[in-house]
Design a protein around this ligand. Structure first.
Ligand code: TRP
Length: 420
């Protein structure tokens, strides 16, 4: 049986290859051929996997509407570990996506026990960072968004306790609010389609959030009134949650169709593809009061290695740099970071360093070095034993301090945009 992923664990267990196989996540690599001017996080394979990204790359290439949404739990200050997802959201907006951010204050309150005031305080910091990076779109609070709460309730009609226990390991002692926050996240992921029209939606997240994506994709299917099946010789439209009136309404849309009690068959000569039929059925569902949502898509980025080795986690302060960290503290963390260096200088000159195991190299690869040539040179010089850790750390420290200074200025420039 596949292992569970716990999205609320501070140190998620991740063996990416294994997870991808167990859970049917697709490799991102083939998508790269479709997109022009790949951003660094795609060129460098930081985005490793996806679900349903074809719908998004297709929308980008053909300039069709799509949405991008992600969420942040405002349970602490934002830090470098949040930067990748923020950049992904902004990049998708620049490719034509409509942007949405959920401030998951209900999740922070239910799961981490934060007061609403604290949630608002942290939420403002996340918003400032997002705007500073160029975010455009809607940022909402889970607890203040009424249509989101209604959608969460509808979603909850399609989720039962055995699913919650299979997916998250919820048991008899799990608080109901925790389960409610799960249905809130399902609603978050579907919300752009409710608010701005049915369209593919990409949700950039870390792999730890995949359980929510899987559950949402299941709920999306369960909310449909009809299921379209390709039967080879014909297309069959099966009624799942459809009244006899709805079945008649759909049958009327297809001249030459045959209506049965629980399904409608379309002969081959009708000349429509499965996706064309699906679009028509979806529209009809909406006219009849249904949602007709399309399956949401996702991307999974690999995690940035913590400066103290292991995972970057806010529960391990030395493992990360906060966006409002003071220079002396940043210096201490960078200069004390775990690297891929050898025991002695001599050994390092002889054997070279190991960038794959180095938190400083990873930091450059993820965020601090945009130029591929420079990054490759850094990697080469390290492996060749020419670049020593002390020098490399100093150079990186310089870049991090510049970034933080620049980011602070940008945040100050956009702080007036926050109404919270
Ligand atoms: N659960 C996410 C976290 O722990 C936050 C979140 C809430 C989210 N709603 C979302 C992420 C919707 C992606 C999509 O960080």
């Amino acid at each position: 049986m596949a292992e569970q992923i716990n999205p609320w664990s501070s140190v998620p267990k991740v063996n990416i290859e294994r997870l991808f196989e167990d859970f049917g996540i697709e490799q991102f690599e083939p998508q790269k051929e479709k997109i022009q001017n790949l951003p660094a996080f795609m060129r460098r394979n930081i985005i490793a996997g996806h679900r349903g990204y074809d719908a998004i790359s297709d929308a980008i290439v053909n300039k069709k509407p799509f949405h991008v949404l992600t969420g942040f739990m405002p349970s602490g200050h934002p830090h470098f570990g949040h930067l990748m997802v923020m950049k992904e959201v902004v990049w998708h907006i620049n490719q034509g996506g409509q942007g949405f951010i959920s401030m998951a204050d209900r999740e922070a309150h239910a799961v981490r026990g934060l007061s609403w005031e604290k949630c608002d305080e942290y939420a403002r910091e996340y918003m400032e960072c997002l705007y500073a990076l160029g975010f455009k779109g809607e940022i909402y609070s889970q607890r203040r968004n009424n249509s989101l709460k209604d959608l969460a309730f509808e979603a909850a009609t399609k989720i039962n306790f055995s699913e919650l226990s299979a997916i998250y390991g919820f048991g008899a002692d799990t608080e109901l609010a925790h389960a409610v926050s799960v249905s809130m996240q399902v609603a978050d992921i579907l919300y752009p389609q409710l608010s701005a029209g049915v369209a593919p939606t990409v949700v950039p997240v870390g792999i730890d959030q995949d359980p929510h994506i899987r559950l949402t994709r299941d709920v999306t299917n369960s909310l449909r009134m009809f299921l379209i099946e390709d039967r080879g010789t014909h297309i069959s439209i099966r009624a799942k949650n459809a009244s006899p009136e709805a079945i008649s309404a759909v049958a009327k849309r297809f001249v030459g169709s045959k209506k049965y009690e629980g399904h409608i068959d379309l002969p081959e000569k009708i000349g429509l593809s499965v996706s064309e039929v699906d679009t028509i059925v979806r529209k009809t569902e909406q006219e009849l009061g249904g949602f007709g949502f399309v399956l949401p898509s996702s991307t999974y980025h690999s995690f940035l290695m913590g400066l103290s080795g292991g995972k970057m986690s806010s529960s391990v302060p030395e493992s990360l740099v906060w966006f409002d960290d003071e220079a002396p503290s940043v210096k201490k963390k960078i200069m004390g970071a775990v690297t891929g260096g050898r025991q002695t200088l001599d050994e390092q000159k002889k054997l070279g360093g190991e960038p794959d195991k180095c938190s400083i190299y990873q930091l450059n690869k993820f965020h601090m070095e945009d130029d591929d040539k420079e990054l490759n040179e850094m990697c080469r010089a390290c492996k060749a034993g020419e670049l020593m850790c002390g020098t490399c750390k100093k150079q990186t420290l310089e870049k991090v301090l510049n970034f933080l200074k620049d980011f602070k200025e940008k945040r100050d420039e956009v702080s007036h945009m926050i109404e919270w």
